[in-house]
Design a protein around this ligand. Structure first.
Ligand code: BG6
Length: 510
């Protein structure tokens, strides 16, 4: 029997999940309000939820089922993709919402939760299938998993009924903490029940990167060191740290965006074609890329990494205070809000091709993209003068916003002389499909209910990315030099331009 095709599920197969209960730990948090329940409501509107289900919010701060429903009605009205709320759809959906007060560390709370879930199973004909979504502070992940295990809430023989645990980011803060968390989680659960979230994998355009590469005959033959000169991956945001000074002081942009989101995008961009789209075949290929990342050579750190921090400035007409003035930031903090990396993937396909990654807050605009910059044609057939205005061919995959793909190439300027200028061939989701792409969390929640791990990260993958990232943190901790600064609303410190210039390259200005 052939394996189900994860990239098609939900898009073509329209499989419905089996009846189940989704338990959200951290139900009073922002993610529940802004993303998780609006995503479930949208799935309900699209008739993608099981015929029978329950959604149970679990949190310390007590509330009633009714108050929980009222709060989430407001949240869905504001954040769900299907807006305004359709009264019948909301009424039907809200009957599935329940609230259970409990403490993440208290065994009695888990017994109470267990009794509640059993009662709901009985009322609604749910055969004991459960998804536990840990949307709590990361420090609570080990204890929550441990208590779930002790209470017998996650044991299942042969996967029936299913018991799955979704773990929000961050998964560790360095290699050692990620390894410890993996040990703790895998001491209770089998890897096949662990769903580590990286919401970038749920983005339609990140999935399209795989489709672009592996469902077309055109691109893949060019996708290697023979034709690609270098690759640029950008994850820029216009916003500053938005009052998250306390968190950001611990994290910095390298942990917040690069270790997870950008490295996932990098892995999908660089991986070999998987033997199938089954979760483990896909993840095997991503791990190989992360393992092939060349460690930065001792003593040559500055040639490969630039970190920066924003000063006050103006972003799209809005005044942005400097990072040092943000609440919760330590005076003299060296925490980076900008990072640029030059990476090499030491494998057959990519030997010698630089991959430049950058991610930052307080940039001129929000843009996430992958750009493959191609080598020049072997000969300047039309002469230097005609080709003076030409620039390299670029295939840019725009992950967000204005989701799409563009291909830049040289064209003859109309007229009786020969002059070549760059032009773009564009594909835009909005124009071609006339509809908004679904929210990442819709896809990820649905896939977890369907038991499809393809768009979730595996334990070894997370450790492989931390192994590279933690070396950078160790070098920064040991370094006496200061962080570079850049004015908010600009594309980062000059030093980041020099990182590319050494090889004759330039950052794109998307
Ligand atoms: C989160 C980071 O994981 O991703 C945030 O913690 C960041 O700092 C966000 O703003 C970016 O996500 P998106 O989907 O808006 O690109």
């Amino acid at each position: 029997m052939t394996e189900p095709n994860p990239l098609r599920q939900g898009l073509v197969d329209e499989r419905l999940p089996e009846p189940c209960t989704v338990v959200i730990f951290g139900a009073s948090g922002d993610l529940t309000r802004r993303k998780l329940v609006p995503a479930l409501y949208t799935l309900a509107c699209e008739r993608l939820l099981p015929a029978s289900m329950a959604i149970v919010g679990f949190a310390r701060k007590g509330t009633s089922d009714d108050a929980f429903r009222a709060e989430l009605k407001e949240a869905c009205a504001k954040f769900a993709r299907h807006r305004p709320l359709e009264p019948h759809a909301w009424d039907a959906f809200s009957k599935n919402l329940f609230f259970q007060t409990g403490d993440y560390d208290d065994p009695a709370s888990y017994q109470a939760l267990k009794a509640r879930l059993a009662a709901l199973d009985q009322d609604r004909g749910i055969p004991g299938n459960r998804v536990f979504y840990l949307s709590t502070p990361p420090s609570t992940f080990p204890v929550a998993v441990k208590r779930l295990g002790e209470a017998g809430l996650v044991d299942a023989s042969k996967g029936r009924p299913f018991r799955r645990v979704i773990i929000e980011k961050p998964f560790g803060t360095d290699l050692l903490t990620a390894q410890a968390l993996n040990r703790e989680v895998l001491g209770v659960l089998d890897e096949s029940s662990v769903y580590r979230i990286d919401h970038y994998l749920g983005k339609e355009t990140v999935q399209n990167l795989m489709v672009l590469r592996f469902a077309n005959g055109l691109f893949e033959p060019l996708w290697n060191s023979r034709y690609v000169d270098h690759v640029q991956i950008t994850g820029a945001e216009a916003l500053g740290i938005e009052g998250r000074g306390g968190y950001f002081e611990q994290a910095g942009i390298l942990r917040d965006m690069v270790q997870n989101h950008l490295f996932q995008v990098l892995a999908i961009t660089a991986m070999e074609p998987p033997v199938s789209t089954h979760a483990d075949d896909l993840r095997d290929e991503k791990v190989k890329v992360l393992k092939a990342l060349r460690p930065i050579p001792e003593g040559r750190f500055d040639e490969f990494v630039v970190r920066g921090q924003y000063r006050a400035g103006t972003v799209s007409g809005r005044r942005q205070v400097g990072y040092q003035e943000e609440p919760g930031v330590q005076p003299g903090s060296k925490r980076e809000t900008y990072v640029a990396l030059k990476l090499f993937i030491d494998n057959w396909r990519w030997a010698g091709v630089p991959f430049y990654l950058r991610s930052a807050k307080a940039m001129p605009k929000k843009v996430t993209e992958v750009a493959l910059v191609f080598r020049e044609a072997p000969l300047r057939l039309f002469g230097d003068r005609a080709q003076a205005g030409q620039s390299p061919n670029v295939l840019a995959i725009r992950i967000q916003p204005d989701e799409g793909v563009s291909l830049r190439f040289g064209a003859k300027v109309p007229g009786n002389t020969l002059e070549i200028q760059p032009v773009n061939m564009e594909f835009r989701y909005g124009t071609s499909f006339g509809q908004e792409p679904p929210e990442a969390y819709e896809r990820l929640l649905l896939d977890c209910m369907l038991g499809d791990q393809a768009l979730f990260t595996r334990g070894d993958e997370v450790e492989a990315s931390w192994r590279w990232i933690s070396r950078v943190h160790e070098a920064w901790d040991a370094a006496a030099d200061d962080v570079e600064t850049y004015e908010a609303g600009t594309w980062g410190p000059d030093e980041a331009d020099r990182l590319l210039l050494r090889a004759g390259h330039h950052w794109r200005r998307p």
